[in-house]
Design a protein. Sequence first.
Length: 231
Amino acid sequence: MKALEKKLAKDFNIVFADKELLGTAFTHTSYANEHRLLNISHNERLEFLGDAVLQLTISRYLFDKYPQRAEGDLSKMRSMIVREESLAGFSRDCEFDRYIKLGKGEEKSGGRKRDTILGDLFEAFLGALLLDAGIEAVETFLGQVVIPQVENGNYERVTDYKTALQELLQVDGDVFIDYEVLKESGPAHSKYFEVAVAVNHKQLSHGAGRSKKLAEQEAAKNALEKLQRGS
């Protein structure tokens, strides 16, 4: 955690008073489960809190920034900013993926690169920052990491991968596209879904997310990438 503390101080001028809280934010459930005897806390509760403060902060920013935009447009833009893929990208931008503590199995299976884990990590960090320094610190941090990307127009358009996949596959005629939930896990406040997309009853790709819709979009995105690679 020392390297993480130095990075936060250097890049964002953030110094946690409660070092244990910061450590919890960067502890995945898989790591805590592998070290049960040490009674280590994981970051799921902080993720819950971080999600709430993120939604509030981004909503207020969009409300003030775009006074002429309709509620529906603001909702779409917010959903793009706070979706799993975006949050994972923010984690990578901050190099948070280097510091998360994962269980051995999760590490071996590529968890350090998984959008679900990195998105949850970003929210957990926001939750920890809120508790340690207050909402103004969260707003300042988001102003450094998230808001510049919004102002660059990165979230003006919503990418609907399911529609894009359908349009690509139906160029030569109708095909049957089906999305099936393979697995549902996690606590009630932080569900995790794994979904498969099949074309004419043949499985094409998989996706995962914190809602069925996000998992379906991820599956469609992976399918598009697979088809574009010609594999």
